[in-house]
Design a protein around this ligand. Structure first.
Ligand SMILES: O=c1ccn([C@@H]2O[C@H](COP(=O)(O)OP(=O)(O)O[C@H]3O[C@@H](CO)[C@H](O)[C@H]3O)[C@@H](O)[C@H]2O)c(=O)[nH]1
Ligand SMILES: [Mn+2]
Length: 358
């Protein structure tokens, strides 16, 4: 997909963020799609280890020493030894859009056998509106060959700006550890040719392995929660970001899409290790989800930062009884916003769009 003068679309407006603990040979398969774009590689784990990046890619790489040097004491909000570290890439980027992908995600093929340019599909999703206020039964009405169906109010057909595009996975599905344990051989072979808007007031489990978002619209809300080294849970970083992001998108009138594109997820991480990471989260989420489902943000929260700071207060107030970890997480959410505003001073706060219901 290129713009009129055959420059890859959003070439200078999008960063690809990759969290990694391994050499990035997987990029060879993505080269036709990713090479024109700038990569931000967040190296996790031992900073003295050298990460090999295939020749020909334009990238910047940050390890833990870099994160500590750049953020100083605020580095405490960036997870260590967990893929949640990827959010440092969102912080340091200066671009309008972000696409983040795991290094065990490869190019998938659609039913016709054609290789899927996941980045291109995310860009289409992000650049077209969402429809959170009224469900279109023919899925994304802005896609080629689709439209609004009879009975869809014309007053709502303009849609709202799309903040997030959530892609899916063929082969290894993003299952939690208990499901992985009881279905170790299950593979996702079902290619569903659909893009859906997640309706307003509906939460969903956001997976970080194949995800794009409008950084200008929702970037400050995309903090991948404090996980990994020294933390009581793991593998809930993307879930946490997805729940915070969704309540803020609902409040500010932005949309979230899920469905295409698919990537080929090649590696099943160890279910026993995953169970150890997820264990507390499996219990806590039965209280966390109702918390997010009942969150209301004040009308004067008219920027993502203000919403996020308010959310941090509510987390401290309402979830500290679940575990004291949430006090630490609420603090980390504030540190994240301080870091965001420090590294991105010039970005004007996003004004309320005209269609937000008062
Ligand atoms: O300590 C670590 C471990 C891994 N990474 C990098 O993060 C991604 C995902 O790692 P991996 O594919 O090994 O793990 P999965 O279980 O498949 O990941 C799923 O769980 C989510 C984690 O919350 C993740 O978003 C899902 O895809 C790779 O790029 C590793 O290199 C790391 O940075 N630090
Ligand atoms: Mn993986």
């Amino acid at each position: 997909m290129a713009d009129t003068n055959s420059t890859p679309i959003l070439k200078d407006d999008l960063d690809i963020v990759i969290p990694t603990i391994r050499n990035l040979d997987f990029l060879e398969m993505w080269r036709p799609f990713f090479q024109p774009y700038h990569l931000i590689i967040v190296q996790d784990g031992d900073p003295s280890k050298t990460i090999r990046v295939p020749d020909g890619f334009d990238y910047e790489l940050y390890n833990r020493n870099d994160i500590n040097r750049i953020l100083g004491s605020k580095a405490s909000c960036i997870s260590f030894k967990d893929s949640a570290c990827r959010c440092f890439g969102y912080l340091i980027s200066k671009k309008k859009y972000i696409f983040t992908i795991d290094d065990d995600c490869f190019v998938a093929k659609d039913p016709s056998g054609k290789e899927i340019n996941a980045l291109e599909q995310h860009i289409k999703n992000i650049l077209t509106p969402s429809t959170p206020f009224f469900f279109n039964t023919l899925y994304d009405p802005y896609r080629e060959g689709a439209d609004f169906v009879r009975g869809y109010p014309f007053s709502l057909r303009e849609g709202v700006p799309t903040a997030v595009s959530h892609g899916l996975w063929l082969n290894i599905p993003d299952y939690d550890a208990p499901t992985q344990l009881v279905k170790p051989m299950e593979r996702n072979t079902r290619y569903v040719d659909a893009v859906l808007t997640v309706p307003k007031a509906t939460l969903f489990p956001m997976c970080g392995m194949n995800l794009a978002f409008n950084r200008d619209l929702i970037g400050p809300a995309m903090y991948f929660g404090l996980m990994g080294d020294g933390q009581p849970i793991g593998r809930y970083d993307d879930m946490w970001a997805g729940w915070c992001m969704k309540v803020i998108c609902d409040h500010l009138g932005f949309g979230v899409k899920t469905g295409l594109p698919y990537i080929w997820h090649s590696k099943a991480s160890n279910p026993f290790t995953n169970l150890r990471k997820e264990y507390k989260g499996i219990f806590w989420q039965e209280q966390i989800v109702p918390f997010f489902q009942t969150v209301t943000l004040p009308k004067d929260c008219n920027t993502v930062q203000k919403c996020y700071i308010e959310l941090s207060k509510l987390v401290r107030e309402k979830l500290s009884s679940v575990d004291e970890y949430f006090i630490k997480l609420a603090d980390a959410m504030l540190t994240w916003i301080e870091a965001w505003d420090e590294l991105n001073p010039s970005e004007e706060a996003t004004e309320l769009p005209k269609f937000v219901s008062k």
